[in-house]
Ligand binder design. Sequence first.
Ligand SMILES: [Zn+2]
Length: 60
Amino acid sequence: MYVYFGTNEYNFEKLTNPPTYEPTKCSRCGKVIVLSEEGYSMKGSEYWCEKCTGAVFPRF
Ligand SMILES: [Zn+2]
């Protein structure tokens, strides 16, 4: 988690003209979810990554 945030801040500062899209982040752990490549679940307006979904709902 700490590595992720450090990397994210670094990348953000380096981008002078960032893309307009916002990456989807897991509402539980903050991990960026690549919707086209990774498992995830939606809970209302929140997205949960595959790992967090599996941790809370082992049968998923
Ligand atoms: Zn997560």
